[in-house]
Ligand binder design. Structure first.
Ligand SMILES: Cc1cc2nc3c(=O)[nH]c(=O)nc-3n(C[C@H](O)[C@H](O)[C@H](O)COP(=O)(O)OP(=O)(O)OC[C@H]3O[C@@H](n4cnc5c(N)ncnc54)[C@H](O)[C@@H]3O)c2cc1C
Length: 384
């Protein structure tokens, strides 16, 4: 992958891109790249990735789409695309608070109080404070609105009881964006609120969960009569659903991320395969060609969506669902194909990590079935 992929170059975008490329050349070390690619990426490498995050933030490269007052660069869509392209090309990790920066911060910016914005956004961006997002429960995943963790108002506190699970970064998080039921009598979408919870509060138990990729960054969380101050409420009481669906108003190029990550990994796979000699196995050639075509389709549908966004349109749920669905399918095929082509040597290192992570790709952030529902109902107008 060379040159612009989606970004339309003009002098301002070229300057923005050149500045980033120059900065990456001077700052992105082999140690950081190794930490990002390591099989057990996580606790063993958290210090390296945190230090990298701090450097990114200091230079204004942690989240350029963010407003300048919170540490971003007010980057426009073309600059955001140039940023994603160069970070992906360099294999550079972004901020450690992936969910924080892309999901929690926009909600704080949209509905948080001034105190919450001042208190939380910069430490989140710099990686000084680690955030997790507490949505899923043992009986509430795809159907998030059936969550049962409760928060009962009591004086100037909420008393929280319940359990969350599949909490990314949960075992190291300092803060949790926690979704709780505050009105059990209301219809299920209407009785939910969102709290910003200090994870050192008494009554919270964090139980790390080990993933197939070997890391312990995942956790389940238990809340037993946890007293959270009312000032922790994000947005209005019982308006948590609205907080959960708050989308990124300033980050408008995010749809390009999935294609860029796939295309970089595909290039790596092709490079690794070719380094072993000509690819003569017809099955491998066939699967590589199919994968290339699937990834190209993602590229063209991403371009179409970006053109719509540039003309003032909103990112669509259908495209989001379709992109996630096709990305998961292609990424899983790529993980398996790498094993088939590279053989036992791929059982260690980044390809092994890729394979171990791949089943989660059709689950995390909305399962493929749910995305099919979204495409069917919103895109094709099929009955529920
Ligand atoms: C790597 C990873 C990271 C995650 N990080 C977080 C996190 O940080 N915070 C957090 O809160 N959660 C997180 N999750 C949890 C994730 O959001 C849920 O796993 C996901 O929403 C699915 O919920 P579930 O596991 O309860 O499965 P269920 O919702 O119980 O689904 C079980 C099966 O039924 C299917 N299904 C369910 N409903 C329908 C339907 N209406 N139509 C068709 N099929 C359906 C699903 O597709 C699935 O195959 C993470 C998960 C993973 C894998």
């Amino acid at each position: 992958m060379t040159g612009p992929v989606f970004a339309r170059e003009d002098p301002a975008v070229t300057k923005f891109r050149d500045d980033l490329v120059e900065w990456l050349a001077a700052n992105l070390t082999a140690e950081v790249l190794e930490a990002e690619r390591a099989v057990s990426a996580g606790e063993d490498h958290l210090d390296v990735l945190k230090a990298w995050n701090a450097r990114l933030a200091e230079a204004g490269w942690a989240a350029p789409s963010w407003p300048e007052r919170y540490g971003g660069r007010d980057a426009d869509v073309q600059q955001q695309l140039a940023y994603l392209e160069e970070m992906s090309r360099a294999g550079a990790p972004g901020p450690i608070n992936t969910i924080g920066v892309s999901n929690i911060a926009p909600a704080i910016m949209a509905v948080g109080s001034e105190e919450q914005k001042e208190r939380f956004l910069r430490p989140m961006l710099c990686g000084d404070e680690v955030w997790s997002q507490g949505m899923s429960e043992p009986d509430a995943g795809s159907d998030l609105a059936s969550l049962r963790t409760s928060a009962r108002p009591d004086g100037d506190t909420f008393v929280v009881n319940g359990q969350k699970t599949w909490n990314s970064m949960g075992s190291h998080a300092d803060w949790c964006q926690l979704y709780v039921r505050t009105d059990p009598a209301a219809p299920k979408h209407k009785g939910i609120s969102c709290l910003l919870v200090d994870m050192t509060t008494p009554g919270i138990t964090v139980r790390p969960l080990r993933t197939m990729a070997g890391g312990y960054l995942f956790a389940e969380l238990f809340f037993d009569d946890v007293r959270v101050p009312c000032s922790a409420l994000l947005g209005e009481l019982n308006e948590g659903w609205r907080v959960a669906v708050t989308t990124l108003s300033h980050e408008r190029a995010g749809v390009a991320r999935l294609y860029l990550s796939l295309s970089t990994t595909f290039d790596e796979l092709l490079g690794a395969a070719r380094s072993r000699g000509p690819i003569t196995n017809p099955l491998h050639r066939d699967r590589l060609a199919r994968l290339y075509a699937a990834i190209a389709c993602i590229r063209y549908s991403t371009s179409r969506e970006l053109a719509k966004i540039e003309q003032g349109g909103q990112p669509s749920a259908t495209m989001g669902g379709l992109a996630k669905l096709s990305w998961a399918r292609a990424a899983q095929e790529m993980a398996e194909l790498a094993m088939s082509i590279l053989g036992p040597e791929a059982l260690t290192g980044p390809w092994a990590k890729n394979l171990a992570m791949s089943p989660s790709m059709s689950i995390a952030g909305g399962t493929s079935d749910i995305n099919r529902n979204i495409v069917g109902e919103h895109g094709l107008g099929l009955p529920r």
